[in-house]
Design a protein around this ligand. Structure first.
Ligand SMILES: NC(=O)c1ccc[n+]([C@@H]2O[C@H](COP(=O)([O-])OP(=O)(O)OC[C@H]3O[C@@H](n4cnc5c(N)ncnc54)[C@H](O)[C@@H]3O)[C@@H](O)[C@H]2O)c1
Length: 185
């Protein structure tokens, strides 16, 4: 799964493999779950549980569904905190004891067209909220999931992360890019 590291580099490798190299003991991961057809978060939870991680999920279930976590819950330790990344107390509750944070919670691009302010609030301010709790808790590793929307309409041809200029064309893309910069700051 492509993810952006705090160093801003796009990795096509599995973040789970990367994390396992660095952490030897069983840790607790905090992730926000994505649950629609093209969703990523619930698959990440499945993979983490299969690899023996204890996982805490923070999700407000505004678009996601608890049912998508049922299989992972039957196979391993999955704690669910229902709450928003706009609520620092909910983030604190979810992140307690975590060594690694995967941040995937998002208001999707389709919703950015009709509700730009809320999209900014969740995707940019919400990301800063999660980062701030992780910073205070001195979480060992923070993995931010970005989007090719940060590049905007860059024309045909391959995206080259070291060369393609970020010119987001949507509020969603702009907020995801803000999240990248906050993660690096
Ligand atoms: N799906 C794609 O094609 C794609 C492509 C590139 C990057 N990404 C990135 O991957 C990540 C996951 O994307 P997805 O498509 O699986 O997302 P999704 O829209 O399927 O799921 C988002 C999840 O976040 C939750 N959520 C929304 N607002 C929240 C809030 N305020 N607090 C807590 N939880 C909240 C929703 O309930 C849902 O479970 C995002 O960071 C996205 O930018 C996705």
């Amino acid at each position: 799964m492509p993810v952006r590291s705090p160093a801003g580099l796009l990795h096509a490798v599995s973040p789970v493999d990367d994390v396992n190299v660095r952490l030897e003991r069983l840790g607790t991961c905090y992730v926000a779950v994505a649950t629609i057809d093209i969703a990523i978060g619930s698959h990440l939870v499945d993979r983490l549980v299969a690899e023996g991680w204890a996982v805490t999920v923070l999700d407000d279930f505004s678009t996601g569904a608890r049912a998508n976590l049922a299989d992972a819950q039957s196979r391993g330790e999955v704690r669910i905190v229902e709450g928003s990344i706009l609520d620092p107390q909910a983030i604190e509750a979810a992140m307690a004891g975590s060594e690694v944070v995967f941040h995937l919670a998002v208001r999707c691009v389709r919703r950015s067209l009709g509700e730009p302010l809320h999209n900014h609030e969740v995707n940019a301010t919400g990301t800063l909220n999660v980062l701030e709790v992780a910073r205070r808790r001195q979480v060992g590793r923070f993995i931010y999931c970005s989007s090719s929307e940060v590049y905007g309409n860059c024309g045909p041809g391959p995206l080259v992360e070291t060369a393609t200029v970020c010119e987001p064309a949507t509020v969603y893309g702009a907020a995801k890019l803000a999240g990248e910069h906050y993660a690096k700051a």
